[in-house]
Design a protein around this ligand. Structure first.
Ligand code: MN
Ligand code: MN
Length: 461
């Protein structure tokens, strides 16, 4: 009797102890592959390049709308180099719906301003405008690498990546020494480092020559010209960004965690992408969409609000002999994005009974939003129940998660934009510590379970 009553309780548990030795080995192997991916893909453009190269090696071909598609076909379409969608055509008609997994590959960072180069007190500096939500003080005194593209008027594109290779120079935003920080330390953390203060140290050595030519800025432009054949005006049509220069590392004496820049949201994007490589002929067509611009509202041609996705689905239905509106309303979407995990030092912002915890598996968020669920897609009870069943079938360890205590703050994901398209959608993701900082932390067990969740979604969803 006592046991029967005990079984009525919902008792989420730490996932260690539930995995076999083989599963633990699989977890470590997957986490290594994931680490390799994020070390090579620190921007959305790089994430697209990496995933497309892997997909091509696994039989995916570039989609064009004239194609006729049949079950088992594997296609992808790139959106302006910054977003990408992959599809494996299923046995059932497209009119019966797809299993659509979405995530984003953009992360908070320091974007270079259109006219960035300046000289102050005989230093060359790069002016930046931060991208996404950051605590600005966290981005000072951190080694930064320069990534991006410079597009010239003649149509040529120069790819830039400085600071990632051993021996490359790095860049950084300076911070004031503690000895002279009396005024700065009296300010709020919001005001202590301003957006305009996020200027990146770029050089200090003047050109040789007479006094008036000893310009640091000119010397730097000279180097840029040698490296990329560009003039200062070419910055106007460039997309350059500064990201932490370090690579991912195992974290903890037990190596149970991964520290890296940009887990948000490549930890979900990669988890949703990788299972597609081995998916042969699913019952329902599997679609994996990696979007851009989530961190700034999903607006724009490469964001989740773009018609790119609708156009792709319409074309896909034409190519595969399906009916678009029926396809959309019969589809199921797993919107995967990171959530906050309970931080032992800041546990007061979370409701311990409703927050994600490290090593408890994939986090399912029925809703996100802020101030009374504002701006979120609140998944229906029916859909949450469907996912409970899918995860049971796939042996997925999962937990329910809410983004912090009520009225503590909050945030949104792309789930709402999918749901607005008449597609049932659920937020699923990986709990992080230090989210949006230059060094985000994830638990390996949760990272691995995200991949299993995506695999189960394609197979049993
Ligand atoms: Mn995110
Ligand atoms: Mn984010």
């Amino acid at each position: 009797m006592e046991n029967e009553v005990d079984n009525l309780l919902y008792k989420p548990k730490n996932g260690y102890g539930k995995l076999s030795a083989a599963e633990l080995a699989e977890m470590d192997a997957y986490c290594l592959r994931y680490r390799h991916f994020i070390d090579e893909a620190k921007t959305e453009r790089e994430a697209v390049k990496q995933t497309v190269a892997m997909a091509q090696a696994h039989g995916f071909t570039m989609y064009s709308s004239e194609m006729k598609l049949k079950p088992g076909d594997r296609v992808y379409q790139v959106n302006r180099g910054k977003g990408v969608v992959f599809a494996v055509i299923g046995e059932k008609s497209l009119s019966e719906g797809c299993r659509i997994a979405v995530a984003h590959a953009d992360s908070p960072r320091l974007d270079v301003k259109p006219n960035p180069l300046c000289e102050m007190e005989q230093f060359g500096l790069i002016k930046t405008h931060y991208y996404g939500g950051i605590k600005k003080y966290q981005w000072t005194a951190v080694p930064l690498a320069l990534h991006g593209v410079i597009c010239k008027k003649d149509g040529s594109v120069q790819t830039v990546c400085i600071g990632e290779q051993e021996g490359d120079p790095v860049f950084c935003v300076t911070d004031l020494l503690i000895h002279l920080s009396k005024d700065q330390l009296g300010k709020t953390m919001r005001e202590g480092v301003t957006g305009e203060n996020l200027k990146v140290l770029f050089g200090s050595r003047p050109l040789d020559g007479d006094e008036k030519e000893k310009s640091i800025k000119l010397a730097l432009l000279h180097i840029l010209h040698q490296l990329f054949g560009i003039e200062e005006e070419d910055f106007l049509s460039a997309e350059l960004t500064l990201v932490p220069a370090w690579r991912s590392r195992d974290l903890g004496l037990d190596r149970s965690m991964i520290a890296a820049y940009g887990h948000d949201d490549r930890i979900c994007a990669y988890a949703e992408f990788e299972p597609l490589l081995e998916l042969e002929k699913p019952a329902y067509t599997a679609v994996c969409l990696i979007a851009d611009k989530e961190e700034i509202g999903s607006i724009g041609v490469s964001g989740m609000q773009s018609r790119f996705f609708d156009d792709f689905m319409a074309d896909l239905c034409e190519s595969g002999g399906g009916h678009l509106r029926r396809c959309m309303r019969n589809s199921l979407c797993m919107s995967a994005d990171v959530v906050n995990a309970l931080d032992p030092v800041y546990s007061d912002v979370s409701d311990g009974q409703n927050c994600a915890r490290f090593n408890y598996g994939v986090a399912v968020a029925k809703y996100t939003g802020s101030g009374g669920k504002g701006g979120c897609s609140d998944a229906s009870a029916e859909i949450v129940a469907r996912f409970r069943h899918i995860f049971d079938q796939g042996g997925v360890l999962w937990q329910s998660a809410e983004l912090g205590k009520v009225d503590q703050g909050g945030g949104g994901t792309v789930a709402g934009y999918m749901a607005n398209r008449n597609i049932d959608t659920l937020d699923v993701g990986v709990g992080l510590l230090s989210m949006h900082s230059p060094l985000e932390i994830a638990a390996k067990l949760d990272c691995y379970m995200m991949r299993r969740a995506a695999d189960a979604f394609y197979r049993y969803g």
